[in-house]
Design a protein around this ligand. Structure first.
Ligand code: ADP
Ligand code: MG
Length: 345
């Protein structure tokens, strides 16, 4: 069963506000029990895709296509049903827990409120909050409930936010860059809690990150986004060795080695396409080392590749480039030791 199913989603601002849609023909799904990565540079449309899953689009934006989240058609829901979807069926793990957890309330008040919003009666809410804190590995949960957010480190507060996201026993977790606001040293720890919890509850997890290597290491499947489009979809196991889109290959090639220095590399020369820029052909053509004249004329469809494996790529030259883009060198990242990089400014 798919806990998230987005089909042909195009989201556009009113005429004159942008030269291209914010999202163009985005299709993706997350099955129950699956960890799915959504990767792309800043501004590619990852957060908007998450918001669409919750039925929350920018004001006055128009949408075509369909979004089914845990069985609900989000664009057809009443305001009340949408609230239920957001508080009970989907868990949203924030990017920055300090921005998500109100500093003026005790941790317990934050959690109890989340549990209450998910329909748990007042009498049971506190006990449930204690259980949730235990689930995310917080020792002495009773004491933690009485703490203030500022008494917690970023990593501990992100655990609290994850506990809050779990309040309604969600079938789908949306984690939008869940570790980029945290210290590098605790990023892996928080990520592993999130992965453990997803597995224990056989929920689906959509993990949004700008870090393709991380996604390839921990996800079952990965979608790569560029300028509002999905340009590649592939099981993580094969993606790392055989990226099929030049953009994906560029992101992976820029990583010198898994054991190499940790630092910020300019992944792909050039910069992403802005919202005020529309190009006639492939939106990556201006940065693509494999560009041909047709690439600047024809928008490539996302085409499923022959054979099993669920690989799809949006590149006119996908077949010709197949062998050239295959990676030699280090194999797939060790899933137990994902390499984590610092968030770019
Ligand atoms: N509420 C909004 N109104 C207008 N434009 C928006 C809004 N939210 C996002 N955008 C634009 O949509 C594009 C995709 O944004 P976003 O999904 O936040 O990217 P990402 O999460 O991949 O960094 C960006 O160009 C951003 O400026
Ligand atoms: Mg974002």
């Amino acid at each position: 069963m798919n806990v998230l199913e987005i089909d042909g989603l195009t989201v556009a601002l009113p005429a004159g506000r942008a030269a291209r849609p914010l999202l163009s023909d985005v299709s993706l799904h997350v099955a129950q029990g699956e960890v799915v990565g959504l990767v792309g540079e800043s501004g590619s449309g990852k957060s908007l895709t998450c918001r669409a899953a919750l039925g929350a689009l920018p004001p006055r934006a128009s949408a075509e296509g369909s979004v089914r989240t845990v069985g609900d058609d989000v664009f057809a829901l009443s305001a009340r049903a949408l609230r239920r979807l957001r508080s009970e069926k989907v868990g949203l793990v924030p990017q920055d827990p300090r921005a998500a957890v109100n500093p003026l309330y005790r941790v317990g008040d934050y959690l109890v409120e989340a549990v209450r919003a998910a329909g748990v009666p007042q009498a049971e809410a506190r006990a449930r909050a204690v259980t949730l804190l235990g689930d995310v590995g917080i020792r002495e949960p009773e004491r933690a409930l009485r703490c203030w957010p500022h008494e917690f480190s970023g990593g501990m507060l992100q655990r609290v936010a994850i506990a809050g996201a779990l309040a309604g026993r969600p079938a789908l977790l949306l984690a939008d860059e869940p570790t980029t606001a945290l210290d590098v040293t605790i990023q892996a720890e928080v990520l592993s809690i999130l992965l453990d919890i997803t597995a224990q509850r056989s929920a689906g997890l959509l993990l949004v990150t700008h870090d393709l290597e991380l996604a390839a290491a921990v996800c079952d499947r990965v979608y790569v986004m560029y300028a509002g489009r999905i340009i590649e979809a592939q099981p993580a196991a094969s993606l790392f060795a055989s990226p099929r889109h030049p953009y994906t290959a560029g992101l992976l090639h820029a990583t010198p080695s898994l054991a190499g220095p940790v630092g910020r590399l300019e992944a792909v020369p050039g910069r992403p396409l802005g919202l005020d820029e529309a190009v006639p052909g492939c939106s990556f053509s201006a940065r693509c080392p494999h560009v041909r004249p047709t690439c600047t004329e024809v928008v490539p469809d996302l085409v499923s590749q022959p054979g099993a494996g669920g690989i799809a790529v949006a590149c006119l030259r996908a077949d010709e480039l197949r062998d050239e883009l295959r990676r030699s060198g280090p194999g797939r990242a060790d899933p137990d030791h994902p390499v984590l990089e610092e968030q770019p400014a």
